[in-house]
Design a protein around this ligand. Structure first.
Ligand code: ADP
Ligand code: ASP
Ligand code: MG
Length: 410
């Protein structure tokens, strides 16, 4: 008998028929003799609908009350899921995050899980009940409801699996595993049998939202046996695990993309020590996250300084930069919201040279101009114009031999 945590995302519980279908899947697992903890998301579109309501009331909804509002989505699903299970004769208990003491810090809208009290859940499981837990939410030490950021139910599931020392954590979604690229962008994308925690973390950080970044961090830290599967069809899914489990390693595992990027350049700033700090200090003080940074070699004692931010921070960042430009006597500030970041990821890169040049050549052959580049040990990222998103992803997918058709004929 194993203890299995199963997480079902928004599309998987999108209407009451889907909730009944998921209940059947849970019952199947129970019938095999396993203990099951179910973590659910809000029904498809519900979190967006709630956000929309808040925006009708104020354009500044954030913090505590937004969390009170957003957490209601998941509460609906846990109740309906338990009703469906009990209707079919399987005892079940629903719990909100607070009720099972998913203790988080107090960073509303992007809280981090600090601790989970497993005793209550284990008691119910030992009594033969299915435990159904609301994803995406927790409680801070003062009893305030918190949420974990978009996609946070993945993190609830993995953290729960770690706290319960579960044998397996299954993330059921609307694709049948992790693919070599987002299947919505690249029709030739292939399902991966396995991917390392490290690669998955890099893919998630670079925009592959199939798993929330924090969930992969948790899985890696606590060595959770993590699998991504479809709730709509049977299949082996993708196993996310340590690197040493692998027999053979492809050089590139996948292509990630991120539309949530905007670029700012301050042109002709004096090239002297402290300039990077004078520019990025005020940006950091405004709590704006900076992703890529490029500073050109100075000419005539001035330099150009470019960086990227999340799109919804663009307007705020530009305002701050305009002010800095004036103070520093820079020539001008340029901005571009129509950009995307495309990245190739793979642990095999460590032992293979020439990945970056192969990437740049493939893009050049298609006439795609690269605006910025950044590299780490296991990834190369480029910023290109948004109109090249599909072409760029598909070009790289082919250039690194990831296409479905090629694999089959190989
Ligand atoms: P859920 O609601 O179940 O949490 P999400 O929408 O958060 O589902 O995540 C699943 C989606 O992630 C897929 O529909 C797919 O479009 C997208 N996705 C992005 N990159 C990848 C990838 N590399 N492999 C699989 N899916 C991906
Ligand atoms: N319902 C939340 C969201 O839409 C959390 C999740 O689905 O994981 O982001
Ligand atoms: Mg998700």
């Amino acid at each position: 008998m194993a203890l299995i945590v199963q997480k079902y995302g928004g599309t998987s519980v999108g209407d009451t028929d889907r909730i009944k279908a998921v209940a059947d899947k849970v019952i199947e697992t129970r019938k095999q003799g396993h203990k099951v903890v179910v973590v659910v998301s809000a029904m498809k579109g519900e979190t967006d609908r709630l956000l929309g309501l808040s925006q009708q009331v104020t354009d500044q909804a954030h913090g505590r009350e937004l969390d009170v509002l957003l957490s209601t989505g998941e509460q609906v699903t846990i109740a309906l899921m338990c009703m469906a299970l009990e209707h079919k004769g399987y005892p079940a208990r629903s719990y909100t995050g607070g009720q099972v003491h998913i203790l988080t810090d107090d960073a509303h809208n992007k809280a981090r899980i600090m601790d989970i009290e497993a005793a209550r859940v284990l008691r119910d499981l030992n009594d033969g009940k299915v435990v159904v837990i609301a994803g995406f939410q927790g409680i801070d030490e003062n009893g305030n409801i918190t949420t974990l950021g978009r996609g946070g139910s993945d993190t609830t599931a993995v953290a729960m699996a770690a706290a319960l020392n579960a044998d397996e954590c299954h993330i059921y979604t609307d694709v049948d595993g992790v693919y070599t690229a987002d299947p919505r962008i690249e029709p030739n994308a292939r399902r991966l049998d396995r991917i390392t925690y490290e690669e998955m973390l890099e893919m998630a950080s670079l925009g592959s939202k199939v798993l929330q970044i924090r969930s992969v961090e948790f899985a890696s830290k606590y060595n959770v046996n993590l699998r991504v599967l479809s709730s709509f069809e049977e299949g082996p899914g993708t196993l996310i695990s340590q690197e040493e489990d692998f027999m053979e390693q492809a050089v590139i595992s996948g292509i990630a993309h991120n539309r949530d990027e905007a670029k700012l350049t301050i042109v002709g700033v004096p090239d002297r020590p402290g300039i990077a700090f004078s520019i990025l200090g005020p940006i950091a003080d405004a709590n704006i996250e900076v992703d890529m940074i490029v500073q050109n070699v100075g000419v005539d004692n001035t330099t150009d300084f470019t960086f990227t931010v999340h799109r919804n921070d663009f307007a705020r960042a530009r305002k701050i930069l305009d002010k800095i430009a004036e103070e520093l006597g820079a020539k001008e500030v340029k901005g571009d919201e129509g950009i995307v970041k495309i990245s190739v990821v793979g642990v095999g890169m460590r032992s293979h040279a020439g990945i970056a040049s192969r990437m740049f050549k493939a893009l050049a052959d298609e006439g795609i101009n690269i605006m910025m580049i950044s590299t780490s040990e296991i990834k190369v990222s480029v910023v290109v114009a948004e109109k090249y998103l599909e072409l760029g992803v598909r070009t790289l997918h082919t250039a690194f031999d990831l296409d479905h058709a090629q694999e089959q004929s190989a």
